[in-house]
Write a protein that binds this ligand. Structure first.
Ligand code: CTP
Ligand code: MG
Length: 257
C-alpha cells in the first residue's frame, strides 16, 4: 500500500471564475394544459407578443448571457425559428432552437445536449416566466460566478403550507403536518448552474423532478438561493394571464413617464 499523502482537494471548478461564458436554456415545449385550450402556452400572446419572446428577451437583456437555446414544442421548432426572425432581439446574443420532449426534464436535457462547448455557466429558465427582471437574472449569474454549483431565486411564502395524506376521490384529505413557513421558499427561474454539474445531474439522476436544482441536490451538492422577484411568477392558470397583462401595462405606464 502506498503511504503517499492524499492529494489536496480539487478546487471547486466554479469558484473564482473569470472570463466565464453563460448560456440560457429555455424549456418552452409544454402544452399549458392548466391554462386551458389554445396554442402551446409559450406561443400565446402577452401584450401582443408571444410569451416565449418575452422570456427570450428577459434572458438576452442580461449582458452575461451570450447564447439562448430555445427548446420548442416537439413539432414547433420551425414556427419558433420564424418567430425569432420576426422579433427584434439583441445582436450580441446567439440563438439555437431544438425540439423538446415529453416532460420538462427531458426538454431541458435536450437543450443541454445542444449546448456548444465554451459555455461554463448555464441558466435554465421557464418560457412560462416571461417577466423576470434582468436584475434577478444577473443575481443568479453572479452567485454561480462566485462559486456556487447551483443557484435558485427564492421568495418567502405568503400562504401557510399543509402536508396532507392523499384520500380517495371525494373524500376529505387529512392534514398530517404544517411545516414551519419561515423555513420554506417558493423557487423560481432562471436557476443557474456550473455547466458540468448540471450535465452530470441530468445524466445520473433518475425519477421525475419539478426543477433542475433538485437534481443537483440529489448529487449531494449544496444549492443556494438569491432573492427572487414577484414579477418572475409562472404563468400557469388563466388568472396568471390577467396578472401578466397588468404587469406589462404598469411597465408601459412607468416607461412613458
Ligand atoms: N416544458 C417543456 N417541455 C415539456 C413540459 C414543460 O419544455 N414537456 C416547459 C414549459 O413550456 C414551461 C416550463 O417547462 O415553460 C414549466 O412548465 P409548466 O409551467 O408546467 O408548463 P406546461 O407543462 O406547458 O403547463 P401544464 O403543466 O399546465 O401543461
Ligand atoms: Mg407542466
Amino acid at each position: 500500500m502506498s503511504a503517499d499523502p492524499l492529494p489536496p482537494p480539487s478546487p471547486n471548478p466554479a469558484s473564482g471564475r473569470t472570463g466565464s461564458r453563460t448560456a440560457a436554456v429555455i424549456p418552452a415545449a409544454g402544452r399549458g394544459v392548466r391554462l386551458g385550450p389554445g396554442a402551446p402556452k409559450a406561443l400565446r400572446a402577452l401584450g401582443g407578443t408571444p410569451m416565449l419572446i418575452h422570456a427570450i428577451r428577459a434572458m438576452a437583456d442580461s449582458r452575461a448571457v451570450s447564447l439562448v437555446v430555445v427548446v420548442a414544442p416537439p413539432d414547433g421548432a420551425a414556427e419558433v425559428k420564424t418567430l425569432l426572425d420576426a422579433h427584434a432581439l439583441p445582436d450580441r446574443t446567439d440563438f439555437l432552437v431544438v425540439p423538446g420532449g415529453e416532460s420538462r426534464q427531458e426538454s431541458v436535457k435536450l437543450g443541454l445536449d445542444a449546448l456548444p462547448p465554451g459555455y461554463d455557466i448555464v441558466l435554465v429558465h421557464d418560457a412560462a416566466r416571461p417577466l423576470v427582471p434582468v436584475d434577478t437574472v444577473d443575481a443568479v449569474v453572479e452567485a454561480v460566478r462566485g462559486g456556487a454549483p447551483a443557484v435558485v431565486p427564492a421568495l418567502p411564502l405568503a400562504d401557510t403550507v399543509k402536508q396532507v395524506e392523499p384520500a380517495a376521490p371525494g373524500e376529505p384529505e387529512p392534514v398530517v403536518a404544517t411545516p414551519d413557513r419561515s423555513l420554506l421558499r417558493a423557487v423560481q427561474t432562471p436557476q443557474g448552474f456550473d455547466r458540468d454539474t448540471l450535465v452530470r445531474a441530468h445524466a445520473t439522476v433518475t425519477g421525475s423532478v419539478t426543477d433542475d436544482a433538485s437534481m443537483v441536490e440529489r448529487l449531494g451538492l449544496t444549492v443556494v438561493t438569491v432573492p427572487g422577484h414577484e414579477e418572475a411568477f409562472k404563468v400557469t392558470r388563466p388568472l396568471d394571464l390577467v396578472l401578466a397583462e397588468a404587469v406589462l401595462a404598469r411597465r408601459r405606464h412607468n416607461d412613458g413617464f
